[in-house]
Write a protein that binds this ligand. Structure first.
Ligand code: ATP
Ligand code: MG
Ligand code: MG
Ligand code: MG
Length: 469
C-alpha cells in the first residue's frame, strides 16, 4: 500500500519524466493577489504566467500545492467532518502547460498516470466534459476508450472555469471514481450527484479563451492547461478506502487525538476527531505561513478554525489544551515534504496552546449559556439572533461555531437576527459617540473596535490579569 508521501512523489516524478519542472508549493497567503483570502488551487502561483505578464524559464510545471478552502469563494468549512471528501486544508497535485501542450496530451498524461502508473481500473472511472466541448468528448473516447455513457456532458459552470470576469477561461473535464453501489450517490449531473459514491478526483482545465469584456470572448493564441487533483482523495482510492479520513496520514492524526483524549473515534465522537485532525492541519500550516489568530481578515478565519476545533476537543472531554499536543504527529507525517512546518514548530505549538488556554474559560461559559438557551428547542427549531450575537460578542463564539454546535440537534441559527443585533450594537455605540463631533476620531475608534471586538478583548485582558496566560 502506498502512503501519502509516496503517492505525492510518484505524481511529481511522473510529470518530471514527462518534461515538467517540479516547482515548490507557494505559501497559503497569496503573494500576488490581495483579493484572494488563501491559496485555494495549484494555479494561483501561476496566474501571471497564464496571462503572459510573467515569464518563467519552463513551459511545463508540476506541483503539490498547499490549499485552504475555509473562506471566500471556496468555503468547505461546513463540510469538514461530515463528508468523506472535504478538508479545510488539502494538497492539490497539478500539472501545468503554459502555451505548450493542450487537450490531447493533457488527457493522455492524466489517463496514463491513473490507469497505468497508479493502476486504477478503467471501469470505475467516469469523466465529464463541458456540454459543447466535442473535442474533449472525442479525445476521451479515443484515448481512454470510455463508452459514451461514461463521458457525461455538463452544462453548468462546474465544467467551465474562468479566472475572473475577464481573463483566461475555458471548459474543463473532471474525472470521478465510483466507490461502489453500497454508498449513496449518483453519477455527476444526476439528481443524486451530491452523494459520496462518485467522488471527483481530478479536474483538467483547458484554458482556450480569453474573456476580453463581458460580451467579447476570443481564442487564446497559445492555449494552456491547468489541472488539480486532491492528494487525499487519490490516496483514499489507492488505499482501498472510501473516506479520506481513513488514509494513513489522517489515521495517524486521529490516533494521536484518540491517545491524547482517551476517547475512541466512534459513534458521536467520530466527527469530532475528524474535525480536530483536519483543523490541526489547516491551523498549523496557516501559522507556518505567517497567519496569526486575530479578529479580522485571514487571522479571523484562522481563529474560527481553531476555536471550532477546541469545541470539539471539549466534546471529547479534553480539560487541557489539546491541539498543540497533536502537532508532533503532524510534523512527523508532513515535515519532510513541507520543511516550513519543522522551522515553525515552536511558534505553531505556542500559538495553538495560547489560543486554547485563552478561549477555554469563555468557551465553557458560552456553552453553558447556549445549553440553557436551547433547552426547549428541538429538531427544526432556530436559535434567536440575539443569543447568537451575545455568544459572539461576550464569549468570542464565531457564528459558525454556534451553528456547528447546534448542527447535530438539527437546530439552525437566525442569521438575519444575528446581523441585526450586530448592526444595532454598532448604531448604539455610534450614537453614544456622536457628541464628540470629531468624525476622524470616530472613524478610527470604530475601525479599532471592529477589529478587536470590545468585550472579547477585555475578556483576554482580565484573564491575563488573573494569571491564566
Ligand atoms: P468538489 O466538487 O468535490 O467540492 P471541486 O470541484 O470544488 O470539488 P476543484 O476546484 O475542481 O474541486 O479542485 C480540484 C481538485 O481538488 C478536486 O478534483 C478534488 O480532488 C480536490 N479538492 C477540492 N476541494 C477539496 C477539499 N475541500 N478537500 C479535499 N480535496 C479537495
Ligand atoms: Mg468544491
Ligand atoms: Mg466539483
Ligand atoms: Mg472540480
Amino acid at each position: 500500500m502506498s502512503g501519502v508521501n509516496e503517492i505525492r512523489s510518484t505524481f511529481l516524478n511522473y510529470f518530471k519524466k514527462n518534461g515538467h519542472e517540479i516547482v515548490a508549493s507557494s505559501p497559503l497567503v497569496p503573494r500576488n493577489d490581495p483579493t484572494l483570502m488563501f491559496t485555494n488551487a495549484g494555479m494561483v502561483q501561476f496566474k501571471n504566467v497564464f496571462t503572459g505578464i510573467e515569464q518563467r524559464p519552463y513551459s511545463r510545471a508540476t506541483t503539490s500545492q498547499k490549499c485552504v478552502r475555509a473562506g471566500g469563494k471556496h468555503n468547505d468549512l461546513d463540510n469538514v467532518g461530515y463528508t468523506a471528501r472535504h478538508h479545510t486544508f488539502f494538497e492539490m497535485l497539478g500539472n501545468f502547460s503554459f502555451g505548450d501542450y493542450f487537450k490531447e496530451e493533457a488527457i493522455s498524461l492524466a489517463w496514463n498516470l491513473i490507469t497505468k502508473e497508479f493502476g486504477l481500473p478503467a471501469d470505475k472511472l467516469t469523466v465529464t466534459v463541458y456540454h459543447t466541448d466535442d473535442v474533449a468528448f472525442d479525445l476521451w473516447k479515443k484515448i481512454a476508450g470510455l463508452p459514451e455513457e461514461r463521458i457525461i456532458r455538463i452544462a453548468t459552470s462546474d465544467n467551465f472555469w474562468a479566472m475572473g470576469d475577464t481573463g483566461p477561461c475555458g471548459p474543463c473535464s473532471e474525472i470521478f471514481y465510483d466507490h461502489g453501489a453500497d454508498i449513496w450517490g449518483g453519477p455527476p449531473g444526476s439528481a443524486d450527484e451530491d452523494g459520496d459514491r462518485f467522488i471527483e478526483i481530478w479536474n483538467l482545465v483547458f484554458m482556450q479563451f480569453e474573456q476580453v469584456t463581458k460580451e467579447q470572448r476570443i481564442d487564446l493564441p497559445r492555449p494552456s492547461i491547468d489541472t488539480g487533483m486532491g492528494l487525499e482523495r487519490l490516496a483514499a482510492v489507492l488505499q482501498g478506502k472510501h473516506d479520506n479520513y481513513d488514509i494513513d496520514l489522517f489515521q495517524t492524526l486521529i490516533h494521536a487525538s484518540e491517545e491524547a483524549t482517551g476517547v475512541k473515534a466512534e459513534g458521536p465522537f467520530r466527527a469530532s476527531h475528524r474535525v480536530i485532525a483536519d483543523h490541526l492541519r489547516s491551523s498549523s500550516f496557516l501559522i507556518a505561513d505567517g497567519v496569526l489568530p486575530s479578529n479580522e481578515g485571514r487571522g479571523y478565519v484562522l481563529r474560527r478554525i481553531m476555536r471550532r476545533a477546541m469545541r470539539h476537543a471539549q466534546l471529547l472531554g479534553a480539560r487541557e489544551p489539546l491541539m498543540y499536543r497533536l502537532l508532533p504527529a503532524l510534523v512527523r507525517e508532513m515535515g519532510q515534504a513541507y520543511p516550513e512546518l519543522i522551522r515553525a514548530e515552536s511558534l505553531i505549538s505556542e500559538t495553538l496552546k495560547l489560543e486554547e488556554t485563552r478561549f477555554r474559560k469563555t468557551l465553557e461559559r458560552g456553552l453553558g449559556l447556549l445549553g440553557e438557551a436551547t433547552e426547549t428547542l428541538s429538531d427544526g427549531d432556530s436559535l434567536d439572533g440575539e443569543t447568537a450575537f451575545k455568544l459572539y460578542d461576550t464569549f468570542g463564539f464565531p457564528l459558525d461555531l454556534t451553528q456547528d454546535a447546534l448542527r447535530q440537534r438539527g437546530i439552525s441559527v437566525d442569521t438575519e437576527g444575528f446581523s441585526a443585533a450586530m448592526e444595532r450594537q454598532k448604531a448604539e455605540a455610534r450614537a453614544h459617540w456622536s457628541g464628540s463631533g470629531d468624525a476622524a476620531t470616530e472613524t478610527v475608534w470604530f475601525s479599532v473596535r471592529d477589529k478587536v471586538g470590545a468585550t472579547e478583548f477585555l475578556g483576554y485582558e482580565t484573564e491575563k490579569a488573573e494569571g491564566i496566560i
